[in-house]
Design a protein. Structure first.
Length: 304
């Protein structure tokens, strides 16, 4: 019996069972000791372990726009070292799932894809975390499938819907993505994901961010933009989500500012906060040790 997933990142690489594992690794991953298993429309790469442990210590990590599951690597490794299973999917249209698409440009469709993964892996309950757009999916999951989640972690996200100007910007960006490709959307966005000083102090992080952004397909970007544009406002429903919640934010978040963090912290009935001063929107990558300490402190207090 597998006790723990050391690292689980869902990929969009095709896997043919008839092909030997060594040949598949060399052709698709070029990674040592990779094990590949099919999960519905997703594909999974898991280092050293073949399956996700079916216990209560599972943390589903949903990435932000326009990134990939690899953004959670510092947390996947940390969680594994502390007895938790980290599951970080590449959403359809992003990362190594960039060739996949959704049946509709809605947050419902993203949430349904995530639930299909949990069902396929027979995970009855999990802690769910969402960063930015992943937080919008998290809110949808709690509204529709509350009984499947034991706790929630909101990372650099907000409960508010877009205002009219925001909706118009997303509509224009989606059209630009379909007309001109991903470069029309992601240009300059990388520096907004981090604190102002990070551009100079951590250029390696910026390079990783740019790599993840370039993996996204033009259609994947357009679908996500339209889904975010049309998402509902959850401020009046936060009190319904009566489960342990961690709200994490960056004190130097250039995209959100401080207000959305405070809204979630005040509106969720069982929330605790983790504000990392000096961190930007991508706080789990900018300050991974501080973020991980907050996360583990929260997780270890859960009664699962």
């Amino acid at each position: 019996m597998v006790n723990r997933v050391t690292l689980g990142i869902l990929l969009g690489v095709e896997f043919t069972p008839e092909v030997g594992l060594e040949a598949q690794e060399e052709a698709n991953y070029n990674r040592e000791r990779a094990a590949i298993t099919s999960i519905n429309r997703f594909q999974a790469w898991e280092a050293r372990e073949m399956t996700i442990a079916k216990n209560q210590r599972n943390v589903l990590l949903i990435h932000g726009f326009p990134l990939a599951g690899e953004m959670w690597r510092p947390q996947l490794e940390f969680l594994a070292a502390h007895g938790w299973n980290g599951i970080a999917p590449d959403l359809p249209g992003f990362g190594r799932n960039s060739s996949h698409s959704l049946p509709a440009a809605t947050i419902d469709a993203y949430a349904d894809a995530v639930m299909a993964l949990l069902d396929q892996q027979q995970l009855e309950r999990a802690v769910v975390a969402g960063m930015s757009m992943g937080g919008y999916i998290l809110l949808n999951l709690l509204a529709r499938f509350r009984e499947r989640f034991s706790a929630a972690v909101f990372v650099a996200t907000r409960a508010e819907a877009d205002d009219l100007a925001g909706k118009e910007r997303r509509t224009a960006l989606a059209a630009a993505a379909r007309a001109g490709g991903s470069a029309e959307v992601i240009g300059g966005f990388d520096e907004l994901l981090v604190a102002p000083g990070t551009v100079q102090t951590n250029p390696e992080l910026l390079e990783r961010v740019r790599r993840w952004m370039k993996q996204a397909s033009a259609e994947g970007l357009a679908t996500a933009l339209l889904a975010m544009r049309d998402r509902p406002d959850y401020r009046e429903r936060l009190a319904e989500f009566d489960l342990p919640a961690l709200v994490a934010g960056g004190g130097a978040d250039q995209l959100l500012g401080p207000a959305p963090y405070q809204v979630l912290l005040a509106g969720l009935p069982r929330a605790e906060g983790c504000l990392l001063n000096g961190a930007g929107h991508l706080l789990n990558q900018e300050q991974p040790q501080a973020f991980n300490r907050c996360l583990l402190k929260f997780l270890d207090r859960l009664e699962l």
